[in-house]
Design a protein around this ligand. Structure first.
Ligand code: SAM
Length: 275
């Protein structure tokens, strides 16, 4: 089957350097019997290597021109399931529960961890939206190995006080332990992107008792105008903001980018208690 042209509109930069394929696969360490979700398999550079492990793979690809190519490539391999779908519209929990994939170790009656792994060389135009979605579904995963554009990785790993720190940093930090693994040059892809990429490993943090929707509202309001103080940003949403900050021991003149994850969580605690 003839390979369709790469579509820029779908963020198609295919990994062509085997060294980086190896690095991603060894970071994920797929094993027989595990369940692995791949987002955007493309032409199958990572999928092929995942398949060698004997893991059960569900690969979600949006491009209807690539799906037949992938199905042909992996024809006869019962462990690989190609799903034509938009990952942002996909309920991953439902997919993992779907009996047609015969995923024995997921939600089965057997004891042991009932989680999947996830790998993706992400389509960069929706990487933030995907990260947000995965944070909300992190209970499904034991770990995720993801490639982002390098600037996103710099943002999600930015320390308190750094001007790179923003809503996405706090969202990612609240949901995951983040380990930056390797940077990937444009020359590792066909066609070559203009920017560098980075691979990270995300280990989900337990889903705690906090109201995550309220937390996201608090953080996004806090970062609303980065040059303003935390007091000025938050007062739009919380009339009792001065009290909230005082009880959490946070100087109202600070800016959102200086707050640690613990301080954000303690602020939310104050809000809940005050209501
Ligand atoms: N994994 C392949 C590789 O490493 O060579 C391809 C990576 S390419 C950067 C991103 C892939 O995601 C493309 O195949 C693209 O068609 C697919 N994609 C784009 N948007 C998507 C979406 N919303 N849902 C699922 N796949 C998507």
């Amino acid at each position: 089957m003839k390979k369709p042209f790469a579509k820029r509109s779908l963020g198609q930069n295919f990994l062509s350097d085997p060294n980086y394929v190896n690095k991603i696969i060894s970071a994920l360490d797929p094993a027989s019997g595990e369940t692995i979700i791949e987002i955007g398999p493309g032409r199958g550079a990572l999928t092929e290597r995942l398949a060698e492990s004997g893991a059960n793979i569900i690969a979600i690809e949006l491009d209807r021109d690539l799906v037949p190519l992938l199905r042909e490539k992996f024809h006869g391999n019962k462990n690989i399931h190609i799903v034509e779908a938009d990952v942002l519209e996909t309920d991953i929990a439902e997919l993992l529960d779907d009996p047609k994939f015969k995923i024995l170790n997921f939600r089965s009656e057997r004891p042991g961890p009932r989680t999947a792994k996830l790998v993706a060389n992400l389509p960069y135009y929706i990487s933030t939206a995907i990260l947000q979605k995965l944070a909300g579904q992190r209970h499904l995963f034991s770990e995720l190995v993801l490639m982002f554009q390098r600037e996103v990785v710099e943002r999600i790993t930015a320390e308190p006080g750094s001007s790179e720190r923003g809503f996405l940093t706090v969202l990612a930090e609240a949901a995951f332990e983040i380990e930056r693994l390797t940077d990937v040059p444009p020359t590792a892809f066909r066609p070559q992107p203009k920017i560098w990429s980075s691979v990270v490993r995300l280990r989900p943090k337990p889903v705690s008792g906090i109201d995550e929707a309220a937390f996201m509202r608090l953080v996004s309001t806090g970062f609303n105008q980065k040059r303003k103080t935390i007091l000025n940003n938050l007062k739009a949403l919380y009339p009792n903001v001065s009290e909230m900050l005082e009880t959490a021991g946070i100087d109202p003149k600070r800016r959102a980018e200086t707050l640690t994850i613990e301080e954000w969580i303690s602020l939310l605690g104050r809000d809940i208690e005050d209501k």
